[in-house]
Design a protein around this ligand. Structure first.
Ligand SMILES: Nc1ncnc2c1ncn2[C@@H]1O[C@H](COP(=O)(O)OP(=O)(O)OP(=O)(O)O)[C@@H](O)[C@H]1O
Ligand SMILES: [Mg+2]
Length: 271
């Protein structure tokens, strides 16, 4: 597949050109090679899954994708530009939002306030002006509130808007974390095991929200997920990692029938 090509999904969506391209990425932590020479792309409007056994390097890959880790070798291309090392404020401003494998919310703060923190990257007005309630700050505040209310409606969490998130069941905390990421209005959304620890019903809800985000906002999504049923249901294409290497890449059906992938999951000894 070349950069200009688009493709049609079985459910009739058109997937566009490359949003992100990872070229020969190698990432080391001291002597540990977390990622070895991996290449793949992410296309506009697609839901791209990254799967693989524990320790395969999946979370590290998300950190390379959002620029939090800078790989020792290889290149990351984002919206047609090669990306160099970035400062934290640059990382925050690229239009990439993510959720974490272990929930990272302010547990004493309400659902509403946690989701509001997702707007931080959009706040341009300084604290002093905000305190003085000058025009631009007021306009910005109104806009931020509107986006947050839209997210709360979208995720159907009106009833818990005032609840400190530490008191919420795990499944709802994961939903609030998705809400915080959505509040940033990302072009690319990275989800690190959004359904881990959930029961079947919660997984179904989360799957539906992910599909709806993609469908209604046109958000491109990359997600790490262990539940193969979920991956088969919602992903357009799947990257499979094992011990830091890429061992498969293709449609859910293609990777499911790939012998290397089957062996990795069955724990066949590696040579
Ligand atoms: N910050 C770090 N410092 C040192 N080593 C790390 C760091 N982060 C990850 N690693 C190592 O890199 C490898 C890949 O870890 P990573 O968390 O990316 O895997 P994963 O596929 O997300 O696993 P899991 O399914 O368990 O979440 C592991 O060997 C891990 O110990
Ligand atoms: Mg991980």
């Amino acid at each position: 597949m070349t950069m200009a090509e688009t493709y049609q999904t079985p459910d009739g969506r058109t997937i566009g050109g490359q949003v992100m391209e990872m070229k020969n990425i190698t990432l080391r932590f001291g002597g540990v090679k977390a990622i070895t020479d991996i290449s793949f792309d992410i296309r506009e409007g697609e839901i791209r899954a990254i799967i693989g056994p524990n320790g395969a390097g999946k979370s590290s890959m998300l950190n390379v994708m959002n620029g939090f880790y800078h790989p020792q070798e290889g290149e990351v291309w984002f919206h047609g530009k090669k990306r160099g090392p970035m400062k934290p404020h640059q990382i925050a401003k690229q239009g990439i939002a993510r959720t974490f494998q272990n929930i990272a919310l302010f547990s004493g703060m309400s659902t509403l306030d946690n989701i509001m923190t997702g707007r931080l990257t959009h706040m341009n007005t300084g604290i002093l002006k905000q305190a003085m309630w000058w025009g631009p700050a007021e306009k910005e505040e109104t806009e931020n509130r509107e986006v947050v209310e839209k997210v709360i409606d979208f995720l159907e969490i009106q009833t818990i808007r005032k609840t400190p998130v530490g008191r919420l069941p795990y499944g709802l905390q994961k939903r609030v974390e998705l809400g915080r990421a959505l509040a940033a209005e990302p072009k690319l959304l990275l989800l690190d095991e959004p359904m881990a620890g959930m029961n079947v019903e919660e997984k179904e809800d989360m799957s539906r929200f992910i599909l709806d985000v993609n469908d209604e906002f046109g958000t491109t999504i990359a997600l790490i997920e262990h539940d193969m049923g979920v991956v088969m249901d919602i992903a357009d294409r799947v990257v499979v990692m094992d011990y830091g290497k890429k061992i498969g890449d293709g449609s859910p059906d293609e990777v499911r029938n790939n012998q290397d992938v089957i062996d990795a999951y069955l724990g066949v000894a590696h040579d």
